[in-house]
Design a protein around this ligand. Structure first.
Ligand SMILES: [Zn+2]
Length: 281
């Protein structure tokens, strides 16, 4: 009988020991077991650990700086500048001033300002010298070939009476391009106006002899017409009048860079604030 009791006690002790060892194994499993998400989340609830974010955003010792997000790279823009006329076509002339030459000077200055002050813009000219005269479609093609965001053709205005002054921008009337063209035009005009140049607004002009398949006249100005046909913003900036005594000062060598700066700022203002990555549909 005593032996039986001893055996029973030993068995009981063995069972208690096995049970305790089992609990121990389960306890270890809490730290090691991660086969199910549910279980793992319990582990996390029980034992908070630093996440990667915690480590990154941990405040510095002085506690004043806040974490700053990594800046996204700025969008890159491609701008085509088209100095109007060239080759055997000087454009308007007045009092020793020649439009094709001034257009080229101005385009180079706009390019210089853009590339010196903005790292996210590439500028391409449709002509680099006075000897070449690309056709109007070739000038727009420079924009298309380079996947440009905009084509800005630079000109100077003139009238028979030599009595007008100020800046205007000729834009397409086609619905796929006109609203964005107008926004770009107004950005440029507003900046020219801040220099003191009169703002004559935007101009749309119908062709007298060319019509689309519905009988509606297309744009008169080739740059605007080819641009609209190819869904690229292409407009003509008449920066001021070459034959105006009031505007003449802006075409002198000390003021031409100021006019270029105003146009460059207008271009970037449009691209960074109003541009919707191409023509609207
Ligand atoms: Zn012109």
């Amino acid at each position: 009988m005593r032996r039986k009791v001893t055996a029973a006690v030993l068995l009981l002790l063995l069972l208690v020991c096995l049970s305790a060892c089992g609990d121990k194994e389960d306890e270890d499993d809490i730290h090691n077991y991660n086969k199910t998400g549910e279980y793992e989340s319990n582990i996390n609830d029980a034992i908070p650990t630093a996440t990667e974010d915690d480590l990154i955003t941990k405040p510095p010792v002085n506690g004043t700086a806040t974490p700053t997000p990594t800046p996204k790279p700025a969008k890159q823009y491609i701008v085509v500048l088209d100095p109007g006329h060239g080759g055997n076509d000087p454009g308007a002339s007045y009092d020793g001033r020649k439009e094709s030459y001034l257009n080229l000077q101005l385009a180079n200055l706009v390019k210089e300002y853009l590339t010196s002050n903005y790292s996210n813009v590439t500028v391409i000219l449709t002509r680099e010298d006075e000897n070449t005269k690309p056709s109007l479609s070739e000038r727009v093609d420079v924009g298309l070939d380079n996947k440009a965001d905009i084509v800005v053709s630079l000109h100077l205005d003139a009238t028979e009476s030599h009595k007008s002054h100020g800046a205007s921008v000729l834009i397409s009337k086609q619905p796929n391009i006109t609203e964005q063209s107008k926004k770009l035009a107004n950005c440029i005009l507003k900046n020219l106006e801040s220099l003191g140049i009169k703002n004559n607004g935007t101009v749309k002009k119908d062709s007298k002899d060319t019509f689309d398949e519905n009988g509606v006249p297309v744009d008169y100005y080739g740059i605007c017409r080819y641009g609209a046909a190819n869904n690229i913003i292409a407009l003509i900036v008449e920066s001021c009048y070459i034959d105006s005594d009031i505007d003449a000062d802006y075409l002198k060598s000390d003021m031409l860079p100021k006019m270029a700066e105003a146009e460059a700022k207008g271009i970037m203002e449009f691209l960074t604030k109003h541009y919707n990555n191409g023509a609207e549909g």
